[in-house]
Design a protein around this ligand. Structure first.
Ligand SMILES: [Zn+2]
Length: 112
């Protein structure tokens, strides 16, 4: 009999645990947002979503710029600096990417 009672309780118990997990997850997400320092995009000053120095748009553009360098570097044998200068002159470069490239070039200059 004892075994049967345990089995009967199982579904309800697991549902409760699942629900508690979900609620906990939501709370963690909420408190993380509220408790942490607000980061701002280095380029446009928009609030960033996580611990990146760029907002969603500039972060995406930055990823693309870095991705493209992996292709360009072996093909053209250029340095990061040369690459930035080159793609900055590209007409097809998008607005966000251009701002990222400009920002990266300024960073390079100041670090010299
Ligand atoms: Zn931005």
């Amino acid at each position: 009999m004892g075994d049967l009672c345990q089995l009967g309780e199982m579904p309800g118990t697991s549902r409760r645990i699942e629900r508690a997990r979900k609620e906990k997850g939501l709370q963690e997400k909420h408190s993380k947002r509220g408790g942490k320092q607000v980061m701002q995009c280095d380029i446009c000053g928009r609030t960033t979503d996580d611990d990146t120095s760029y907002c969603t748009y500039h972060n995406m553009a930055h990823d693309k710029v870095q991705e493209a360098f992996k292709v360009w570097e072996p093909a053209l044998e250029i340095t990061w600096d040369d690459y930035l200068t080159r793609i900055f002159d590209e007409n097809g470069l998008g607005r966000w990417a251009r701002e990222v490239v400009e920002h990266l070039m300024q960073q390079n200059d100041s670090s010299k």
